[in-house]
Design a protein around this ligand. Structure first.
Ligand code: SF4
Length: 371
């Protein structure tokens, strides 16, 4: 039985015609019910005839990811652990920001793979290894879950404003489903997110990067995290297989709109990449493209080989860059009390499960989990 969340609008039109014998406008009605009104039951689609709804129910379903845990930080950051249809677990995070007028808006961080093959050494998801790619239904289903949680109908002023593909997984390695998701996000009769409100974050791999720029459906963020090839190889060994100089020269010809800039993410790891010598190397890199830098202070996970940088080093790093004309924005680390960094909640839950398994069946626990 087909999950209708897995169909783009043109695919839904073709399906509606082929399977229901209904015209194109019927597909648009169904699309609006699914993505705008968040219908999960065909019976609620009251502007569609009963025989058509019954026919749909016999051939299709609407399945959202199942919420298995919600954790809310003191700063409002909210993390969801979701179970997919095959039992796989992923995370999505809602991050609040308040306007000067005190109006709260949200950014959602989406996962696009179960686990990740890239093995970045600071990342809990990287430690888990790769399980599988997520489908469009699973990627966009995260947004439906979040909107339901927020009570965001999108009919008036939407509360969920920005989408970032910065959760579990490397988007360029699940490019087909990420592209289909971007196309669907764009639909003004559906979720209606403008490309200016969507960012796709990659650890900087060659595959599909050019195509992402050419599609114009999202802004680009690149996880840099090191200012030279040698350090990048230590911190992000798999991403660094594509050498830093080749990454930078590709970014120099990346398609950008007039006011668009590439965002570089730089995670400050205490004593590893947070010295002024590293800042000095960063300046020409960031200035070689239309770029800006997001500095993120590392929030150590349990058992992590890295430490948080000192406040003084962070401020000195930021100042060094600003003094040399680099736009460097220090991002506050949110949700520290709920393990909001990518993969941390899933890793913690797997560890709890492992402890339970150890207590009941000693000797077999290592086969039960990849965490
Ligand atoms: S940081 Fe991103 S690309 Fe690297 S292992 Fe984690 S999820 Fe994968």
């Amino acid at each position: 039985m087909i999950n209708l969340l897995n169909l783009t609008l043109p695919e839904l039109e073709a399906w509606t015609q082929a399977e229901l014998g209904e015209p194109k406008f019927r597909a648009m009605q169904i699309w609006q019910w699914i993505w705008q009104r968040m219908a999960r039951d065909f019976d609620t689609m009251t502007n569609i005839s009963r025989p058509c709804r019954e026919s749909m129910a016999a051939k299709a379903c609407i399945v959202w990811p199942e919420v298995t845990a919600v954790e809310e930080s003191q700063d409002g950051t909210t993390k969801f652990l979701l179970r997919l249809e095959d039992g796989a677990q992923v995370e999505t995070v809602l991050i609040p920001s308040d306007s000067r007028e005190g109006v709260r808006r949200w950014t959602q961080c989406l996962s696009c793979q179960v686990g990740c093959a890239m093995g970045c050494t600071f990342c809990s998801t990287g430690e888990m290894g790769f399980e599988r790619n997520m489908t469009m239904a699973e990627i966009l289903g995260q947004i439906l879950v979040a909107r339901e949680h927020l009570g965001d109908t999108r009919l008036h002023w939407p509360m969920l404003r920005n989408i970032v593909f910065m959760g579990m997984g490397e988007p360029l390695l699940n490019f087909n489903e990420v592209m289909r998701s971007l196309q669907s996000l764009n639909s003004d009769k559906g979720l209606n997110f403008s490309p200016r409100r969507i960012t796709v974050s990659t650890c900087g791999i060659e595959k599909n990067l050019k195509e992402l720029g050419e599609c114009g459906l999202a802004f680009l963020a690149v996880s840099l995290h090191a200012p030279n090839q040698e350090l990048r190889e230590r911190i992000m060994p798999k991403a660094a297989r594509w050498p830093l100089d080749r990454l930078m020269s590709t970014l120099q010809s990346y398609s950008l709109n007039t006011r668009e800039r590439i965002t570089f993410e730089y995670l400050l790891l205490g004593g590893v990449n947070d010295g002024l010598e590293h800042a000095r190397e960063l300046v020409p890199l960031v200035n070689s493209v239309k770029g800006k830098l997001n500095l993120i202070v590392y929030n150590p996970a349990e058992g992590s080989p890295y430490a948080a940088p000192s406040h003084e080093r962070v401020l000195a790093f930021e100042k060094y860059l600003w003094d040399r004309g680099v736009t460097a924005i220090l991002r506050k680390s949110k949700g520290q009390d709920i393990k909001a960094a990518c993969g941390q909640l899933k890793a913690a839950r797997q560890k709890e499960q492992l402890e339970e398994i150890k207590a009941t069946a000693p000797g077999h626990a290592g086969q039960e989990t990849s965490a």
